[in-house]
Design a protein around this ligand. Structure first.
Ligand code: 13P
Ligand code: ZN
Length: 275
């Protein structure tokens, strides 16, 4: 089968295009990766032309030998559906999880996203934490979430609680909460380590003054998670734009009742009393 005819590749392209349409991917902003299933690799292997091994810039031994579909560095999400072979690639990791090689795609040259260390370290943490269920790591630049990193305290507690309050479905969609990474230089191992540490407990990590990372089982769940967090951030921006305080909101005990009825566990550290 041709790579571009495979359902997992179509799903990847649709998600990238959805993100572009949401306005989350100015220029080359954002990146997306998917850990390909063994049977999906076999279905398209005939088109693989492996290149040179190159250093990942991080060590992910638990992902040794895995294949990933990943957007290219400097490539535009806007072009993913019209120039797929130029915009993303399939990479294979070596037996140590320290090097990768491009097997398909990026036909005009280039390399996987500069955030490859963050993607792969997040994949490794989630591989362990979910027993291999999570396959998608998504990084985008959604404006409302970024705007909040200039006005809210940069703590997991503040972001989780404020975004939970903005839409009743939020604590059900991300009951574990949200982690926050202070401003750091992007593209390296240090920010990757900070993000993957948060991904041990959260499916969402916000990068101050930059964007957001989400992890999930499939394209729908991961896109839906990013969409839900950003929608909630948009509501908070609108509320704060009307007046600096909320006249009424969802209270800690309301969350506790919701948790019971919807059968989710909401950590008490997010249900603090406000003064
Ligand atoms: P890439 O083009 O290398 O994927 O970088 C985009 C980005 O959002 C960096 O954080
Ligand atoms: Zn970015």
């Amino acid at each position: 089968m041709k790579v571009l005819d495979a359902e997992f590749v179509k799903g990847f392209m649709r998600m990238a295009d959805d993100g572009w349409r949401q306005g989350w991917h100015e220029r080359n902003g954002g990146n997306l990766s998917y850990r390909v299933k063994p049977e999906e690799v076999e279905a398209v292997r005939e088109e693989f032309r492996p290149g040179e091994w190159k250093a990942i810039g991080a060590s992910v031994p638990k992902l040794a030998g895995e294949y990933f579909l990943v957007t290219g560095s400097g490539k535009y999400f806007r072009n993913v559906t019209i120039q797929p072979e130029d915009s993303f690639c399939i990479i294979e990791l070596d037996s140590k999880g320290e090097n990768y090689r491009i097997c398909w795609g990026l036909v005009n040259g280039g390399r996987p996203t500069s955030e490859l260390p963050s993607h792969l370290m997040n994949h490794e943490v989630k591989f362990i934490a979910t027993g291999g269920k999570h396959r998608v790591i998504y990084h985008a630049h959604p404006a409302n979430t970024i705007a909040l990193t200039f006005v809210l305290p940069l703590t997991d507690e503040a972001f989780t609680r404020e975004l939970w309050e903005m839409a009743t479905e939020c604590p059900v969609v991300f009951p574990g909460g949200i982690g926050v990474v202070p401003w750091m230089v992007p593209g390296g191992r240090e920010i990757a380590a900070a993000t993957s540490e948060l991904m041990k407990q959260y499916d969402v990590a916000i990068w101050a003054h930059h964007g957001m990372f989400c992890s999930g089982e499939d394209f729908d769940l991961t896109f839906g998670l990013m969409h839900t967090v950003e929608k909630s951030a948009e509501i908070l921006v609108k509320v704060r734009s009307m007046q600096p305080y909320k006249r009424q909101t969802i209270q800690p005990d309301d969350f506790r009742h919701l948790a019971k009825d919807f059968n989710v566990t909401l950590p008490e550290k997010f249900l603090y009393e406000k003064h």
